[in-house]
Write a protein that binds this ligand. Structure first.
Ligand code: PEP
Length: 253
């Protein structure tokens, strides 16, 4: 039985004051939702303040990225040790990082390793580009991303995977629930081949890409989908709360 996760990726949105306002608006209601793990990932500079505001609640904190070295002369970077003091989760390999910051499979691999070493739970994002999808290469691309990202990594720690087709991120064009479920089933089979059946059954795999309060149910109710990574809708308290409540209802059944 895998507990669903609803994770909000605020991306490069919210000033410190706005982040405080946003979390204050949803904290109590989010805290009260049971049977689902709730994660919010604000920008780095708001992590400490948001962390204080959710202290003692059932809401978890995550970062959106990390650097793979623990300390040193890496101006502007944030280390796993710094994040482990503040939060529990970290998003790794988001397609925006791969696209705009040239993150390769090798870098993603180092970041996952670094996160696991300090006890952070990585949310590994994988997903195909629009052209790859149109060319029928989705499975090949995902298998390659998984094998590069997870090369020589012992999955004793907690790994969460988010399947995020790039054509669905921030576009308003989500995959269908059936389509996402089939692809996530493929990802789970792949994890089974890379590791074993037991690990594959344990790993939680989320769908991400234009999920909102209206379409969330279509994804969350699928047997292979263990929740969602939410971008745009996570900045709207009523949307994020509604998605989380829907996940809670399904998980209760
Ligand atoms: C994301 O960035 O991880 C994401 C899924 O964004 P959106 O929900 O806005 O498509």
């Amino acid at each position: 039985m895998r507990i669903p996760i609803i994770a909000g990726n605020w991306k490069m949105n919210t000033t410190l004051a706005e982040a405080i306002k946003l979390v204050s608006e949803m904290r109590d209601e989010l805290d009260a939702i049971a049977n689902v793990d709730k994660v919010i990932c604000p920008p780095f500079i708001s992590l400490a303040a948001v962390g204080e505001l959710i202290k003692g609640s059932s809401i978890s904190l995550g970062a959106q990225n990390l650097y793979f070295e623990e300390k040193g002369a890496y101006t502007g970077e944030i280390s796993p040790l710094m994040l482990a003091e503040l939060g529990e989760f970290v998003i790794v390999g988001h397609s925006e990082r791969r696209q705009y910051f040239n993150e390769t499979g090798d870098i993603v691999n180092k970041k996952i390793r670094a996160a696991l070493k300090v006890g952070l739970k990585p949310i590994l994002c994988i997903g195909e580009k629009p052209a790859e999808n149109e060319a029928g290469r989705t499975k090949v691309v995902l298998a390659e991303q998984l094998s590069l990202s997870l090369a020589d990594i012992d999955l004793a720690g907690s790994l969460i995977i988010a399947y995020e087709p790039i054509w669905a991120i921030g576009t308003g064009r989500a995959a269908s629930g059936k389509e996402a479920n089939e692809t996530i089933e493929f990802i789970r089979q792949n994890i089974s081949q890379l590791y074993n059946k037991e690990i594959a059954q344990r790993v939680r795999i989320l769908y991400g890409g234009s999920v909102n309060a209206t379409n969330a149910n279509e994804f969350i109710q699928q047997p292979e989908i263990d929740g969602a990574l939410i971008g745009g809708a996570s900045l709207k308290p009523e949307q994020f709360l509604s998605i989380t409540r829907q996940a809670s209802e399904i998980s209760r059944l």
